[in-house]
Structure formats: structure tokens, C-alpha cells
Write a new protein. Structure first.
Lengths: 110, 115
């Protein structure tokens, strides 16, 4: 079992729709969870962090965390073509390492 | 722009050679982490340096080594290059000695190709 798992996609959504990205992790002791956006050929950019169960909203982005199910998700409302990128889920484990998933490629079409 | 710079941008080496990659941290940041990102994969943690000492290491062999200098700039050295070392190498600087991804900024990366 991989430490952090994501569906590689691509996830294709029309402009204006909600994009839903999912991630599961294996280390139950993990306490910190992060979503990064990575455009092709660029470095990752942190867009959301979440530490407690429930939802955290920031503009068009909502991160959701369920520690009992070891599940993290990212919702992007009113998706724009400029949101087309790879979204990386990352987990800070109980051994204080940052483990990334393989990323989900999102395509938003006009 | 994050203030973290890396050099060179691109590099081509042959198998068995040695390579040195460089990273200049954002001003005031005393911690640097290095990651390897193979094509289609997420970044994998190589190691972290805090105040010139290695402060954590991922599952990479000893031929991956590093240095951090008094001005907090850093080098990643890879000996005996293998084809699988072809990847984007990212450095990330942050303020704290422990992992604080929310205060960590990535550089633009160095694309290494091993032939």
C-alpha cells in the first residue's frame, strides 16, 4: 500500500463546474495535510493546508479531512481553465516526513 | 516568485558521472530540503539541512549527499549517476528546523537527464 494515494486522472470538468480531488493516506499518526498545485514544468505551489477534521475554505478552494477514514479531499468551485494543473496531496507523517502522492491531473475545458 | 533559486536549470550527464546541484534559500530561511520528482510522480524527500547539519533523510542511497553553507545556500551531490536519477530536483527553503510545509517555498528546480 502506498503511503499517499491519488487517482492520476486526468479529471476533466467543464468551466464553472466543481472539481473534486481525492487522496488517501496510510499513516494514522499523520497530523498535517497539504494540497499543492503544479503547472507543467514548474515547481509545486502550496494552495491549502488542513490539520483538523472537517472543512477548510479559502476562496474557491475547500479542503476536507476525515482522519477516521484517512481521507483528504480538495474541492475547486467555479473551475477555470487556469486551474488546469496537477494537484499533489502531501501528508506530514508521524516520523516528520512530507510524503507526496503521485498527483491528479485536472483539465478544465471551456 | 518565491526567492528560492536553483542552478543550473537543465543538465545532461552520462551514467557513472557525478553531479552537483545548487540552491540559494529565501532570505532569512535556515532550513533547506531537497526532493526528487521523477516524471509522472510526486516529489520524494531526499534530505533536509538545518544550520549546516543533516536533519532528516529519506530512502535514498549514500551516493546522494548534501551540504549547507553558513549563508544557508545548499548543494546536492549525486555520485555514480544511474539512468533512474533522471528527474526534476527541487529544493525548498523554510524558517524552522522541523518540517513546516506551510512556511516552505520551492525553487524552480533543476532538470537532470542521465544518458
Amino acid at each position: 500500500q502506498k503511503e499517499v494515494e491519488q487517482n492520476s486522472g486526468p479529471l476533466s470538468v467543464p468551466e464553472g463546474a466543481i472539481a473534486s480531488l481525492n487522496c488517501t493516506y496510510s499513516d494514522r499518526g499523520s497530523q498535517s495535510f497539504f494540497w499543492y498545485r503544479q503547472y507543467s514544468g514548474k515547481s509545486p505551489e502550496l494552495i491549502m493546508s488542513i490539520y483538523s477534521n472537517g472543512d477548510k475554505e479559502d476562496g474557491r478552494f475547500t479542503a476536507q479531512l476525515n482522519k477516521a477514514s484517512q481521507y483528504v479531499s480538495l474541492l475547486i468551485r467555479d473551475s477555470q481553465p487556469s486551474d488546469s494543473a496537477t494537484y499533489l496531496c502531501a501528508v506530514k507523517t508521524s516520523t516528520d516526513k512530507l510524503i507526496f502522492g503521485t498527483g491528479t491531473r485536472l483539465q478544465v475545458f471551456p | 516568485e518565491t526567492g528560492v533559486t536553483q542552478s543550473p536549470t537543465h543538465l545532461i550527464k552520462t551514467r557513472g558521472q557525478q553531479v552537483t546541484l545548487r540552491c540559494s534559500s529565501q532570505s532569512g530561511h535556515n532550513t533547506v530540503s531537497w526532493y526528487q520528482q521523477a516524471l509522472g510522480q510526486g516529489p520524494q524527500f531526499i534530505f533536509q539541512y538545518y544550520r549546516e547539519e543533516e536533519n532528516g533523510r529519506g530512502n535514498f542511497p549514500p551516493r546522494f549527499s548534501g551540504l549547507q553553507f553558513p549563508n544557508y545556500s545548499s548543494e546536492l551531490n549525486v555520485n555514480a549517476l544511474e539512468l533512474d536519477d533522471s528527474a526534476l530536483y527541487l529544493c525548498a527553503s523554510s524558517l524552522a528546523g522541523t518540517f513546516r510545509p506551510d512556511t516552505q517555498y520551492f525553487g524552480p528546480g533543476t532538470r537532470l537527464t542521465v544518458l
